[in-house]
Design a protein around this ligand. Sequence first.
Ligand SMILES: Cc1cc2nc3c(=O)[nH]c(=O)nc-3n(C[C@H](O)[C@H](O)[C@H](O)COP(=O)(O)OP(=O)(O)OC[C@H]3O[C@@H](n4cnc5c(N)ncnc54)[C@H](O)[C@@H]3O)c2cc1C
Length: 417
Amino acid sequence: MFEWSETDEMIRAAVRAFIDKEVRPHVDAMESGEMTPYPIIRKLFAEFGIDALGAESVEKMLAKERARAEAGADSEPKREKSSGGGPFGGQQSMMAVLIGELSGVCMGLVSAMGVSLGLGATTIMSRGTLAQKERWLADIVTMKKVAAWAITEPDSGSDAFGGMKTYVRRDGEDYILNGRKTFITNGPYADTVIVYAKLDEGDGADRRERKVLTFVLDKGMEGFSQGKPFRKMGLHASPTGELFFDNVRLGRDRLLGETEEHKGGDGRESARSSFTAERIGVAFMALGIINECHRLCIDYAKNRTLWGQEIGRFQLIQLKLAKMEVARINVQNMVFNALESTQAGKPPTLAEASAMKLYSSEAATEVAMDAIQLFGGNGYMTEYRVEQLARDAKSLMIYAGSNEIQVTHVAKGLLAQ
Ligand SMILES: Cc1cc2nc3c(=O)[nH]c(=O)nc-3n(C[C@H](O)[C@H](O)[C@H](O)COP(=O)(O)OP(=O)(O)OC[C@H]3O[C@@H](n4cnc5c(N)ncnc54)[C@H](O)[C@@H]3O)c2cc1C
């Protein structure tokens, strides 16, 4: 693959038309927090049939599992190898175009959507029992309900599992959950929340080594509260906040897999299995930011006149444009490679996805900062949009595992060869 297919380009044209009509007029309202991204995501889903596609693929999967259960087979799901597509398995190319186009205008919206589907729905899909999938999945993949995925805590970000303090204790057949999560995308508004917690068996075992269990909570449960959206540097359209658990009683039906001995390993494994897809998703978003900066900068370089000539004639401006082009080619090639290898049944490894995330997030941030410089004073003004792209891009270097952590994952892959 060296270029987007005709179908991809048709989708791009349709997505751009949707963005012009339904997203751009509301970017300021989402940036100020006056409006959440969810009504627009729902419109997008309806317009492009994404809700129907998601519902159909979930229904197909459930039908297969029901048949297996009726045939007497073990109904606990086998852990499926992630192809990076989440509930939209075979549609990665369409999702890449959609994510890229939206990210160039409002990356927060993509982030809110991506966490709900790519982390929320996918975790239930890969870890839940048939009954749990029937209970939660259809509403999430159609975006009727918004999901959040909560690992990070005030004292444990990069050291997510070792430092985790949120815990459950058994109480008869139930569990009692206590603790707190932070920086959770969709946290303030989520209807369904995947929560990772340590199992405290009261035996004084080393807290770092305790088993991690994964639960599903619903908004409004007694003892569960959701904080207000944080004020952030960028990504304003994506509400981020804290979650608090004060003696929340959880039945076993809320423990994903309904067993402490999940075939796919404990919650650590559950989270790790999402990393590859999440990191490839970051490259899709980075490409969107780069493409938009590239487009805006070329246009500005041709139209801004100083010293009697277009600024595009100045070599230092040309250097910025050339560096943007190199970044665009590199990140696009990485995206093409990931799409093609996934299609061929050989999706990127975790180390490769980490390398993509590391490079593409830095490239997008650098390109967007250069775009501000190229625009001069206008670049620093909200009206010209590149400052928003730079603020949004920076988040890509921090979430989905900070870039320092990506370095360790790339190196681990290399040293294991
Ligand atoms: C916008 C946004 C949305 C988010 N959404 C979610 C979400 O939906 N769910 C969720 O669970 N979390 C979410 N997070 C949290 C995110 O995953 C963490 O912020 C991230 O993992 C880093 O953790 P930390 O913030 O605690 O930084 P820390 O772990 O405290 O890191 C501080 C610094 O130390 C560096 N560092 C850490 N360990 C090492 C090491 N071994 N070697 C070298 N350097 C190291 C880090 O890279 C960083 O530069 C979100 C964060 C943001 C900003």
